[in-house]
Design a protein around this ligand. Structure first.
Ligand code: 3HC
Length: 302
């Protein structure tokens, strides 16, 4: 970061009202983290069922904090009250920062971002939690691309400290500073990165997944690879991690990375990720990926 940007970051305050679009695994995790850190957040989804699941998950995570003696019941209830579920854009005119966390599809994301821009005040910051889609490309759907940047969380959001703040071609310094301030208020470690397929972390992670797919093709058992990588010291092996990330998300990221870096990431065979995706075995979220899970419950694979 240039020293001017550092000064700007120090001078901005964290937002007083946030919003997240999408109450899925990532959106729900972001809402929980914001509520925990006392930044009130509107959690908007298009389906009541999605909101119910997002709220139930946040309630469960807060309950765990109480069980571990880190919070009282009253504090937990107060934190939960920081999440305002919504099926429409009521209250978005008062929102300082929005994190879009809808399905990983550029057309859908662009439509949602254009819609929310029309509902927020001038100067509100819009961000996207995309894993790999170009921020500059998403910005093309907006009237004020300067107020937009990437804000990429990692799964599970409550546990993973890193957040990538992605500077699109037109993102202003003020937008970057305010997004960094929000990530810091959430207790995360923000890093500012430039816009390119996979940003920084997925440029490292997806070649690793690619190498894993090659080993599977060579006939090595995914279970053995996981055991080896866990013995090596990583918290989870690649197959389990892919189940956590979501096979659909991984499939999409692999495509974007292959297009962006054809010399490094192009596979001339159907990967095990393509195979699972076509079977609709999407990982933890669907109850079946490389491993079988109690649907919707997460946890270590059976
Ligand atoms: N949600 C919230 N909290 C969770 C959680 C979840 N899904 N899973 C575990 N935790 C918490 C536990 O409550 C516990 O918290 P505490 O220390 O405060 O009590 C802590 O995490 C450790 O949990 P456990 O002891 O039960 O489990 P593990 O030791 O097996 O750790 C893990 C679980 C933290 C998820 C660990 O396995 C890990 O770090 N895995 C790697 C995850 C990773 O690499 N994520 C990045 C994915 S890539 C991505 O998201 C980018 C995208 O663009 C593709």
């Amino acid at each position: 970061l240039k020293s001017k940007s550092r000064e700007l970051i120090r001078s901005v305050r964290s937002p007083s009202q946030a919003a997240v679009l999408g109450a899925g695994i990532m959106g729900g995790g972001i809402a929980y983290q914001s509520a925990l850190k006392n930044v009130p957040i509107i959690m908007k989804d298009i389906a009541q069922q999605g909101l119910d699941l997002g709220l139930a998950e946040a309630g469960k995570l807060l309950g765990k904090q109480v069980d571990k003696g880190r919070m009282t019941d009253e504090q937990s209830e107060r934190a939960l009250a920081n999440i305002q579920p919504a099926l429409d854009y009521t209250g978005f005119d008062k929102v300082d920062i929005v994190v879009e966390a809808v399905v990983e599809n550029p057309t859908v994301k662009k439509a949602v971002l254009a819609e929310v821009e029309a509902e927020t005040a001038d100067g509100a910051i819009l961000t996207s939690n995309t894993s790999t889609i170009s921020i500059t490309d998403l910005a093309s759907a907006l009237k004020s691309p300067a107020h937009f940047c990437g804000m990429h969380f990692f799964n599970p959001v409550p546990v993973m400290p890193l957040v990538e703040v992605i500077r699109g071609k037109q993102s202003s310094d003020d937008t970057i500073a305010k997004t960094v301030a929000y990530a810091t208020a959430l207790g995360k470690i923000p890093i500012v990165v430039n816009d390119c397929p996979g940003f920084l972390v997925n440029r490292i992670l997806f070649p690793y997944f690619g190498a894993f797919c090659q080993l599977i093709r060579d006939g090595v058992d995914f279970w053995e690879i996981d055991r080896v990588m866990e013995a090596f010291g990583w918290p989870m092996g690649p197959a389990y991690l892919l189940d956590v990330v979501g096979i659909d998300t991984a499939e999409h990221c692999m495509d974007v990375m292959a297009e962006g870096f054809p010399d490094r990431m192009k596979y001339d065979f159907r990967t095990v990720i393509n195979f699972l995706y076509e079977k609709d075995d999407l990982g933890q979220k669907s109850g079946q990926g490389f491993y079988r899970y109690e649907a919707g419950k997460g946890g270590r694979p059976q």
